[in-house]
Design a protein around this ligand. Structure first.
Ligand SMILES: [Mg+2]
Length: 366
């Protein structure tokens, strides 16, 4: 029940009765019914297929059965489409791996379901494509400009793939080269310095020499690179460099659930710090689920994409379900192995209310 139900009833005498309970998919017959007419399935990963290092039992078998199935009534008058198998894609706000790395990970963990990089829509790639749409990268109007990138390997790999030159942290000048670097590595080819252990007193911030070629800041998740120095440098770039007019975040997830139940601060927590420091009403554009950009990107990522024949399966209401509802998907399925609970789903506003709930993705097996 919605926590604010009493107050809402007082303020609005004509409050309609509570919406019917969201249907549960608990059997192959339920799954077949819910997915009737669906030819494209999009799966979130963390909290759906696995939780950290623990696989969700039965997830691999469910995906294999879905990938081998055809969508009754899904192809309309097109005989080729009617005969086709359902298509499986993976959409994740996790920016730590590239499409290529995710495809390898999914293939390994899904028990023989061969996943290609083209089936992965990860937020690192989405952020790189958003930057390309703004002229950054190979062949673009802003190809000569660099992007200040906070993240991990997946983000850097996708920026490289797009031909987007990037700096990974402030160049701190004298003494920086002797600072402890992540994994003992040397400064990156762009001359940036890993900042994992760097002390950054006010005098160092005052001495920052900003790289005038930086035209954008992109923030992804990182437990290794995010430091006070990074916040200070990114904020200074956004405030002081006239050309640095683009601010992107791979996603705004506030937290992710760990297998123990404890919540891990997410990218949303990191970008909030940079936004606060940058001030001036600067708000990063969200490249992940929860933002608008992904809806523009989806038809380019999935050939012949039609949201009326698509279903999204995820564990979050504010990203996965909201993404599917906003996109006009045929089905938005909440799985209860991750962040959101059934009670939260039942209390959700229309924009983030799932069409179905499953205890586990295993229950989608046909
Ligand atoms: Mg998730």
């Amino acid at each position: 029940m919605a926590p604010a139900a009493t107050a809402a009833a007082t303020a609005t005498p004509a409050t309609p009765p509570a919406a019917a309970t969201i249907p549960t998919i608990a059997s192959p017959a339920d799954a077949a019914d819910a997915l009737r007419g669906v030819d494209t399935l999009l799966f979130d990963q963390d909290g759906v297929l696995w939780r950290g290092d623990e696989d969700v039992p039965g997830a691999a078998r469910a995906l294999q059965s879905l990938a081998a199935s055809s969508p009754p009534e899904g192809g309309g008058a097109d005989p080729d489409r009617r005969r086709a198998r359902r298509r499986i894609f993976f959409v994740t706000n996790n920016s730590t791996l590239s499409r290529r790395a995710y495809a390898a990970k999914l293939t390994k963990r899904l028990g023989g379901l061969a996943v290609e990089p083209g089936q992965v829509i990860c937020s690192a790639w989405a952020a790189a494509e958003l930057l390309r749409s703004r002229g950054f990268g190979r062949g673009g109007a802003r190809a000569a400009e660099r992007v200040l990138a906070l993240g991990e390997a997946g983000l850097f790999d996708e920026l490289d793939e797009a031909g987007i030159a990037h700096a990974r942290g402030p160049v701190l000048g004298e003494g920086a080269a002797s600072a402890p670097s992540e994994g003992g590595g040397a400064p990156s080819p762009q001359g940036s310095v890993p900042l994992a252990s760097l002390d950054c007193p006010p005098s160092r911030v005052a001495a920052f020499s900003l790289d005038p070629s930086i035209g954008a800041v992109v923030v992804g998740w990182s437990s290794r690179q995010f430091t006070y120095a990074w916040i200070a440098y990114a904020a200074a770039c956004l405030r002081e460099l006239p050309a640095c007019d683009t601010f992107v975040v791979t996603n705004r997830d506030a937290a992710d659930a760990l297998p123990t139940g404890r919540l891990l601060p997410g990218t949303g927590a990191l970008v909030a710090a940079v936004e606060a420091a940058a001030g001036g009403g600067r708000v990063a554009v969200d490249a992940g689920k929860g933002g608008r950009w992904l809806h523009e990107l989806l038809p380019r990522a999935i050939p012949d994409f039609d949201p009326r024949r698509a279903a999204m399966v995820g564990d979050r209401l504010d990203t996965d379900v909201a993404f599917a509802v906003e996109g006009g998907f045929r089905a938005a399925v909440l799985t209860l192995t991750g962040v959101a609970t059934r009670a939260e789903a039942e209390a959700a506003a229309a924009g983030s209310r799932p069409t179905h709930v499953v205890a586990s993705v295993a229950d989608l097996a046909l």
